[in-house]
Design a protein around this ligand. Structure first.
Ligand SMILES: [Zn+2]
Length: 73
């Protein structure tokens, strides 16, 4: 039985990745990343040593989709 690693920060920006399994220590909970499509472009930017181990944050995961940025206008 594997348990989630407590990787609570985004490997790209260092922000909160809001990963539910990492927060609870159980894969029984659904993570937002199960339903949100993460572009392969974003995954490609994750350092190799953290790929598949740490979740991106929603902002970085959606950055390649042209999602509107609330901080820029
Ligand atoms: Zn991020």
């Amino acid at each position: 039985m594997t348990t989630p690693l407590p990787n609570l920060t985004c490997p790209l920006c260092g922000g909160d990745n809001q990963c539910a399994p990492a927060n609870t220590g159980s894969f029984q909970v659904d993570c937002w990343c199960r339903t949100a499509p993460v572009p392969s472009d974003a995954l490609a930017r994750v350092p190799a040593e953290q790929r598949g181990l740490a979740c991106l944050c929603p902002r970085c995961a959606g950055a390649c989709e042209g999602a509107p940025r609330s901080t820029e206008n």
